[in-house]
Write a protein that binds this ligand. Structure first.
Ligand SMILES: Nc1ncnc2c1ncn2[C@@H]1O[C@H](COP(=O)(O)OP(=O)(O)OP(=O)(O)O)[C@@H](O)[C@H]1O
Length: 664
């Protein structure tokens, strides 16, 4: 599902890589801990999954998409399939808990009733429904983090990335957050969590991926914070912790009986390997107990023992297990899931089965198809003709009470524009007050939708196909630049590259050249003179109507033939009245804009190459180097060009090259 192949990422050229030749794969349904000392590259790895920064070497693939080939305009959609939570919560301080969570749905243009239902459900799942009307500063850190998680999952992300989500929390609040994360994972979402929290890692006994100075030093399917003794990761950890001092602030997991021994078989409790069993490693005054043999690098003997720590006692493993009953995957379930990680949940075989309440689970699981709280990403809903009369134009979006928030955030603003122009509808058929179902005590009056529900993984349209099939397609070619990208999968559509206007009759295509019958007899007689080069490229779109049909103010000047163009004696200085990149004289800003839109910089490159311009004019008319009009345009061009270079399919090649205005 998420694959790093020989990824190297540097922030500064020549500097130490933040990620150094990392190859690792995270599977659908994984719960993986990312551990390593500060600066080892954990956050960098998480950010690269979000396509915040591309590798200098190697490839990152998410759900079959090579992020290096992803078009910039696809990135917002892509990121919406990924939830992210941070150590510092990042809630909007002037919004209530409810509005913070709802915000993530509002920017998608989801209808109000759907937002209300969905946010209500998610807040109940994270046990915050009773605090829905509070502001972030009125709730505890743990509650803030759960609100942040609720916001991250409200749109049903396929992947949840958590960057030290318990870093600012005490053990009890951390346990609550972990409970929520485990539930989210059990619902089918892949969770990758960077952490320094030894207790959490040890308690979960889940997958552990360890980084050291950007290098991957460990990837253990059911690991603890400490690596197996004698491994490279063990040495690294001992070294790191030796450098950073004892872990006095760690929440005392090791001598408490909480932590199973490394190598212990979860099925029968027998220990196959006891790396810490050496008598010489064992402090003499440790109490009897299953973990008493623990003696790991950096362990702090002054850490409060579990039985003396009232906070830890309140979250005993037994309590934890009871609380998670019906939610947590057992090691066996986890193994089974790992064994066939390509198995995306189906109606017949859901990823997680609530054995206590199978009927409820099934009903909820199968009902998600028509559940309108997922309407934001459901194309059927978007295409609902009922909605047509409620369509808001981009102008009326500005009337939305939350538009200020949207305008505050450039990314989200773009999201709304994109959504609206792509046909997503904002329905106004619901009451304005989002909190109408919350009484003065903050309790929800309407309990109709308050039953236990699962969280369903939702994929954006262009990834949905991947959600139903194998998540990582067969790679064609090696990873050395010769692999062939799947255009559709990488976000390209054939129509993206189709030129709207027909090609001129005399346009020389490869097909025409190939279709030309080859004369059997060599030509005789005089060889005809080679005709003067002619212009072969059609004008770049958008196509302007003929000048006669346009108002005079929008008429672009006729492009004078080079011979007709008066050659000034001296190059005139560039001014507002003469900004044409090709040196064609223009009259007004409108004419300039029209000319610029008609002739893209790429077209100029081609024209420059194919037009025969008298040398005298070359000398007198300034021809500044044409440039893309924005970095986005540059990036899109680069993406398209890179894809074109990798293409092997002639039709797509032709159409892409047409877009690039290249002669085939
Ligand atoms: N924006 C940046 N510009 C330059 N260097 C950076 C940037 N972000 C991270 N680095 C460097 O990259 C390396 C890895 O940093 P990263 O934040 O990924 O580590 P980390 O394991 O997440 O650390 P921590 O546990 O403290 O969050 C560090 O050496 C860091 O200094």
């Amino acid at each position: 599902m998420i694959r790093f192949e020989e990824v190297t990422r540097r922030y500064e050229s020549g500097g130490r890589p933040a990620l150094d030749d990392v190859t690792v794969e995270f599977y659908r349904g994984d719960f993986a801990f990312l551990i390593g000392a500060s600066g080892s590259g954990k956050s960098t790895l998480l950010r690269m999954i979000l396509r915040e920064g591309l590798p200098q070497r190697g490839k990152v693939t998410v759900a079959g998409q090579n992020l290096g080939l992803m078009l910039d305009r696809r990135v917002p959609d892509f990121r919406r399939s990924i939830g992210m939570v941070f150590q510092d919560f990042r809630l909007l301080p002037d919004k209530t808990v409810f509005d913070n969570v709802a915000f993530a749905m509002r920017v998608l243009g989801t209808k109000r009733s759907a937002i209300r239902k969905r946010v209500t459900k998610v807040l109940e799942k994270v046990d915050l429904a009773h605090l829905a009307k509070r502001y972030p500063h009125e709730i505890s850190g743990g509650e803030q983090q759960r609100a942040a998680i609720a916001r991250a999952i409200v749109n049903g992300p396929a992947i949840l990335l958590a960057d030290e989500p318990t870093g600012n929390l005490d053990p009890r609040a951390s346990a609550e957050v972990m409970k929520v994360l485990r539930w989210i994972n059990a619902s089918g979402t892949t969770v990758i969590m960077a952490t320094h929290d030894r207790a959490i890692v040890d308690q979960a006994h889940s997958r552990v991926v360890q980084l050291h100075r950007g290098r991957l030093v460990r990837d253990e399917p059911h690991g603890f914070y400490d690596a197996p003794e004698g491994s490279e990761a063990w040495d690294v950890l001992a070294q790191e912790e030796g450098e950073s001092g004892l872990r006095a602030h760690d929440p005392a997991p090791l001598k408490t009986g909480v932590v199973p021994m490394i190598g212990r078989d979860p099925a029968d409790g027998s220990t196959t390997e006891e790396p810490f069993s050496s008598d010489t490693d064992q402090p003499a005054d440790l109490p009897e107990g299953p973990a008493e043999q623990s003696s790991v690098p950096g362990e702090d003997p002054s850490v409060l023992a579990f039985e003396n720590d009232p906070v830890l006692q309140e979250t005993t493993p037994q309590d934890y297990a009871e609380e998670l009953e019906g939610m947590e995957l057992t090691p066996e379930e986890f193994d089974a899931q790992l064994a066939d990680s390509h198995d995306f949940p189906t109606d017949e075989q859901p990823a997680f089965q609530d054995e206590e309440h199978p009927a409820e689970y099934d009903a909820e699981y199968t009902s998600h198809q028509d559940d309108d709280h997922l309407a934001a990403v459901d194309d059927e809903h978007l295409a609902d003709p009922e909605d047509a009369e409620h369509v808001e134009t981009e102008d009326t979006v500005g009337d939305d009470e939350h538009d200020d928030d949207v305008a505050d955030d450039e990314h989200d603003h773009h999201t709304v524009e994109h959504t609206v122009t792509d046909g997503a509808f904002i329905r106004e058929d619901e009451p304005e007050d989002d909190e109408s179902e919350i009484d003065d005590d903050g309790e929800f009056e309407d309990r109709e939708h308050a039953e236990e529900t699962g969280l369903h993984v939702t994929w954006p349209e262009h990834l949905r196909q991947e959600a139903l099939g194998y998540d990582v397609p067969e790679i064609h070619g090696d990873f050395n630049g010769t692999e062939l990208p799947d255009l559709e999968q990488d976000g390209y559509a054939e129509e993206d590259f189709e030129v709207e206007e027909p090609l001129p009759q005399d346009y020389v295509t490869q097909e025409r050249v190939l279709a030309e019958p080859i004369a059997e007899e060599p030509p005789t007689g005089e060889i005809a003179p080679i005709p003067a080069p002619r212009r072969r490229l059609p004008p770049m779109y958008p196509t302007l109507p003929p000048p006669a049909q346009r108002p005079a103010s929008q008429q672009a000047p006729q492009e004078p033939l080079p011979q007709q163009e008066p050659a000034p004696q001296h190059p005139a200085p560039r001014s507002a009245a003469q900004p044409d990149v090709a040196g064609h004289p223009t009259g007004s800003p409108e004419q300039d804009a029209a000319t610029r839109s008609r002739l893209s910089w790429l077209a100029h490159v081609e024209e420059d190459a194919t037009e025969s311009t008298p040398p005298a004019q070359e000398a007198t008319v300034p021809r500044p180097l044409p440039r893309p009009q924005s970095s986005a345009a540059q990036s899109t061009y680069t993406d398209a060009r890179r894809t074109a270079e990798h293409l092997g399919i002639s039709r797509s090649r032709r159409s892409i090259l047409r877009r690039l205005r290249r002669d085939v």
